[in-house]
Design a protein around this ligand. Structure first.
Ligand code: GLN
Length: 197
């Protein structure tokens, strides 16, 4: 099974390694022609401003948006979450704009620019998941139809809308495969359910 990882900038190599550990075939996506072969897409952490510019330069913005709207499962982590949002409060990012969330970038403030936190996500099992946050975005508004999967205090840090999954932390930087495994379960679940209706 081939899973695409947007490989224009940022932490794509780490996602590709986790996918390889899960015995699926990671495909780096750099050109529109790379999108033909994939069953799901991961948009990594990095710099959302740079990535949004490169998405347009490489003519990937529109084809990716279309595929996601047609039901291609997508996981966005950190900058990837920013790019999936319908609204980003800072004008310098032009997002793909598919998920019903509004995002403020770098919103945890300077002192807590980067931190780690044990996250409770019962759908991954009893054991906590180590969340690694690096200049993470904050979800400011959530539309109906978007499910909050995990919070820290009252802040949503993982959200799902159908086959779209986004998190403010970096699951690719821990050795824990469970979040990616959960995402891969969408391929046989939602994606197939959608194509049947
Ligand atoms: N602060 C970055 C941005 O706004 C995201 C950081 C990350 O992906 N670790 O794009």
């Amino acid at each position: 099974m081939k899973i695409g990882v947007l490989a224009l900038q940022g932490a794509f190599a780490e996602h590709m390694k986790i996918l390889a550990d899960l015995n699926v075939d990671p495909i780096p996506v750099r050109l529109p022609s790379d999108l033909g072969k994939i069953k799901a897409l991961i948009i990594p952490g990095g710099e959302s401003t740079t990535m949004s510019r490169l998405l347009s330069d490489y003519r990937l913005m529109e084809p990716i948006k279309k595929l996601i709207k047609e039901g291609l499962p997508v996981l966005g982590t950190c900058a990837g979450m920013i790019l999936l949002a319908k609204n980003v409060m800072e004008a310098e990012v032009e997002p793909i704009g598919v998920m019903g969330i509004e995002i403020k970038r770098n919103a945890y403030g300077r002192q807590v620019d980067s931190f780690e936190s044990d996250l409770s996500m019962p759908f991954l099992g009893d054991r906590a998941f180590r969340g690694i946050f690096i200049r993470a975005p904050v979800v400011k508004r959530i539309e109906p139809g978007v499910e909050v999967l995990c919070r820290i205090n009252d802040r949503a840090v993982a959200v799902r809308q159908g086959s779209m999954l986004a998190c403010a932390f970096h699951p690719e930087l821990s050795d824990d495969l469970r979040f990616h495994e959960y995402f891969l379960s969408f391929i046989s679940g939602d994606a197939i359910a959608k194509s049947n209706c």
